[in-house]
Design a protein around this ligand. Structure first.
Ligand code: AMP
Ligand code: GLY
Length: 426
């Protein structure tokens, strides 16, 4: 098979690394890719939302399958674009239809979907400028802190958690008046849920599904989960509190009704479902849906999959996932992100990265990297994700931290406390 991966981060490098091992693979292409994916396949230079170039490239390179990394192309309808064009409808797209992608593209759509299918989530009210007084009245019924979410995609910045009621009302007004652009034309106000979060990944062919290893990511820049939000500073898998009993609740109260709900509503969904969960006194509730794999969660979840990933993807597109086996490594995986100094605010690019060839017992997934005259240089905020296996979480983390010492670029930074909030002995 000839496979095209869309995206350029650590998630896409992990996908490329895994797909490279598949017995089904012939040629692998990554658009636009990074210096890491260039070692595994051919990087091609068009953007993930340039559907016209994608079509032309897919035809000229006899692509059989497109694996979509980020949400943007899905929300913009890359699945439908291929599906509805008779020249390219033979090419499988791993990812949901535009309508299915609304689970991530619109928080209001996701809340209504959960409501229709009795899926546990926080109480909410959707508000526009027309019913802002109802929004303020709903805020009056809640206790602090207050959660305000821009309805549309806002590059991970559209959620505000606010302690003061009057300030929450002011922010509601500002969001509805363009604080986050069009993404905030509608705002979802939510009850605040208190608990520890984890990420559950599901692969579905529209009828059956497989639950992949559970992960926890660390979003804040500073140790002890302090400071600004980032794209993710590290992740571990599995997660101790997501034990068999908890996962049985997740399966029956969340995953099954989600997949069945999509099917009942005739929403074409052949791809990953990423469910952000919060554990409220032992019961899982949905914080958000995403319609793709997580990053940096992919850098621990994908290495733990022992099965041939293209075999599973073929199961997804031919609706035979149920007949395929998902084998999971019983070790632990941890990843630690090396970022550019200053990130997530201003940072410099173009720093030469040294030491990459010295790493033997970790996998180094590239995120923001590029090649310049055969040298690997930094090209983004999140630069490298250093993943290791271990018999427990600590062992996996220790190996990553040992190897990070051998990799150098000017002004690099990483969190030294990934996994700090999880008990280790399980
Ligand atoms: P989201 O973009 O919906 O994932 O929200 C970003 C982050 O805000 C989540 O990862 C949670 O940490 C937090 N969050 C979102 N909704 C809630 C909620 N209802 N209660 C508590 N925390 C929340
Ligand atoms: N790690 C969270 C995300 O990928 O959205």
């Amino acid at each position: 098979m000839n496979v095209l991966i869309l995206g350029s981060g650590g998630r896409e490098h992990a996908l490329a690394w895994k797909i490279r091992k598949s017995s089904y693979l012939n040629n692998l292409y990554i658009a636009p890719g990074n210096a890491g994916t260039a070692m595994l396949g051919t990087n091609v230079h068009f953007s993930v939302t340039d559907f016209a170039s994608m079509k032309e490239f897919s035809l000229s390179h006899d692509i059989d399958m497109i694996v979509v990394g980020p949400e943007d192309p899905l929300v913009q309808g890359v699945y439908d674009f291929f599906h509805e064009d008779e020249d390219i409808c033979h090419i499988a797209v791993i990812g949901p239809s535009r309508e299915g992608a609304q689970l991530e593209g619109s928080k209001d759509f996701a809340k209504k979907f959960m409501h229709r299918h009795n899926i546990p989530t926080a109480r909410y009210k959707s508000v526009t400028l027309d019913n802002i007084t109802e929004g303020n009245a709903f805020l009056d019924t809640l206790t602090a802190p207050y959660v305000l979410k821009a309805d549309g995609l806002a590059a991970g910045k559209g959620v505000l958690i606010i302690d003061d009621l009057n300030y929450a009302k002011q922010m509601l007004w500002e969001m509805l008046n363009g604080k986050f652009g069009n993404a905030g034309n509608k705002v979802v106000i939510e009850e605040f849920l208190s608990g520890i979060e984890c990420s559950v990944f599901v692969l579905s062919d529209g009828t059956s599904f497989k639950i992949l290893p559970v992960a926890k990511d660390y979003k804040r820049i500073g140790e002890g989960d302090t400071g600004l939000n980032t794209g993710g500073m590290g992740a571990v898998s599995p997660v101790p509190f997501a034990n068999n009993e908890y996962m049985e609740k997740v399966r029956t109260s969340i995953v099954e009704p989600t997949v069945e709900g999509l099917k009942k509503e005739n929403i074409d969904y052949k791809g990953f479902i990423f469910i952000g969960l919060i554990n409220v006194d032992g019961d899982p509730k949905v914080i958000e849906y995403n319609v793709r794999m997580g990053d940096p969660e992919s850098e621990v979840v994908i290495p733990l999959i022992k099965s041939d990933l293209l075999d599973l993807f073929i199961g997804v597109t031919t609706e035979t996932l149920e007949q395929r086996k998902l084998e999971i490594d019983d070790r632990h995986a941890a990843t630690v992100m090396m970022v550019s100094g200053g990130y997530p605010e201003d940072y410099e690019r173009g720093k030469v990265i040294a030491g990459l060839n010295t790493i033997i017992d970790s996998m180094v997934f590239h995120a923001g990297t590029a090649l310049l005259n055969d040298q690997v240089i930094t090209a983004g905020g999140r630069v490298l994700s250093v993943t290791s296996f271990g018999n427990n979480m600590e062992e996996a983390l220790q190996t990553s931290y040992k190897n990070i010492q051998k990799i150098n670029f000017e002004k690099s930074y990483y969190r030294k406390d990934i996994g700090f909030d999880l008990q280790s002995d399980f």
